[in-house]
Design a binder for this molecule. Structure first.
Ligand code: PLP
Length: 397
């Protein structure tokens, strides 16, 4: 009986609203792209993970449409019963070839990949050492395992060493260092060269979630391991097909052969959840081929990112340093959260979509507007975004 639960839930919802944390969803009436339309207006989009602009790419769409005719709409099965088509195996091989790994296993999402990995590989005798800013799905995945848990301060190599020593002192057999390749609130990279160096010293495995990097970070778009020259050293990479690689859905674990073989036997989100839809698999494969075939989109993304950083700095805004297309525009101090929200709202009103983040999503006093550049933006789009920032600042004061 629903009864008093109704009132309790309504009260919780009200608390969320009172705290200013209620998330209202805006409906797009167009495909995901640099220029979108909503129920209210047209807008320039600077808050999607559509880094390479492949979410509405004509080739990706065409290949995906053809797959509907050739391979059907859905699999209605998990992989190991009757849910594996040639398409699925081909995409797994293509991802392995691209990343230079031995094997790859697809999941319905990277959230599921991260949820299904730790429990299989790490038990009570083992230790998982995790960066404090790691993605929610990593945190949840680690919680599902019975391994001993250690946490180090974001990208802090002294603290990582301390935690590695603690794990060893606790008698851990397998030790794994787990990090996001890119921290999504800061647009900063995990120092993978140094992480791998420390892992070598302590005989630890290295796990990288490269969701905000695969496809566009590194010269070949192979992600943060490529950027730091440690592709051969990283043991386990997870990533998403839901961002740069077409942005539909799906995730993967790419690793040593035995790791992937064991995940196919034991990983619960893989064993007990439906296969990725054929049209999505085919479209993601087309996206991957585009990424492999040309650096043009990566170069456009780099140019847009550099132009935005330069123009915003000239205009007197404070941006976190870096080259990742996540560009946080900072509004520090006590008043920062209010200013960031007002400026983002003003920009939204002028048809530029950006989102403000404040405590508890980011630390107190570190409010920001997170801008995400895309290869799909034109130079004029980037300039229009900067102009909207300046106008909003003038209006808000
Ligand atoms: C987006 C993201 C995920 C989730 O990916 P999905 O495929 O959308 O589930 C996991 N990890 C990181 C670091 C991400 O940025």
């Amino acid at each position: 009986m629903y009864g008093s639960v109704k009132d309790e839930l309504a009260a919780t919802l009200q608390e969320i609203k009172d705290a200013g944390l209620y998330k209202n969803e805006r409906e797009l009436t167009s495909p995901q792209a640099a220029h979108i339309t909503t129920l209210k207006a047209e807008a320039l989009n600077f808050c999607a993970n559509n880094y390479l602009g492949l979410a509405d790419d004509p080739t990706v769409i065409e290949v995906s449409k053809r797959a509907l005719d050739e391979w059907g709409f859905g699999m209605a099965s998990v992989r190991f019963i009757c849910g594996t088509q040639t398409l699925h195996t081909e995409l797994e091989h293509a991802i392995s070839d691209f990343l230079g790994t031995e094997a790859t296993i697809l999941y319905s999402s990277c959230f599921d990949a991260n949820g299904g990995v730790f429990e299989v590989l790490f038990g009570p005798d083992d230790a998982i050492i995790s960066d404090e800013l790691n993605h929610a799905s990593i945190i949840d995945g680690i919680r599902l395992s019975k391994a001993q848990r250690f946490r180090y301060r974001n990208a802090d190599m002294d603290d990582l060493r301390t935690q590695l020593e603690a794990a060893r002192a606790a008698g851990a057999k397998r030790i794994v260092v787990v990090t996001d390749g890119v921290f999504s609130m800061d647009g900063s990279y995990a120092p993978l060269d140094r992480i791998c160096g420390l892992a070598d010293e302590f005989g630890a495995l290295v796990f990288v979630d490269d969701s905000h990097a695969v496809g566009f970070v590194g010269d070949g778009g192979r992600g943060t391991p490529e950027l730091f020259g440690v592709s051969d050293r990283v043991d386990i990479v997870t990533g998403t097909l839901g961002k740069a690689l077409g942005g539909a859905s799906g995730g993967y674990v790419s690793s040593h052969q035995e790791v992937v073989d064991l995940l196919r036997q034991r990983s619960r989100p893989y064993l007990f959840s439906n296969s990725v839809a054929p049209a999505v698999v085919a479209g993601s494969m087309a996206a991957l081929r585009l990424v492999e075939g040309s650096a043009d989109k990566r170069d456009a993304l780099k140019r847009n990112t550099a132009l935005f950083q330069e123009l915003m700095t000239e205009a007197g805004f404070e941006l976190l340093p870096g080259m990742h297309p996540i560009r946080p525009v900072m509004f520090p101090g006590e008043d920062g959260a209010r200013r960031a929200t007002q400026i983002a709202d003003h920009m939204l009103g002028n048809g530029v979509y950006v989102i403000a983040f404040s405590y508890p999503v980011v630390p107190k006093g570190r409010a920001r507007i997170r801008v995400q550049l895309s290869a799909a933006h034109s130079e004029d789009d980037v300039r229009a975004c900067v102009d909207a920032f300046v106008k909003a600042r003038d209006a808000v004061g």
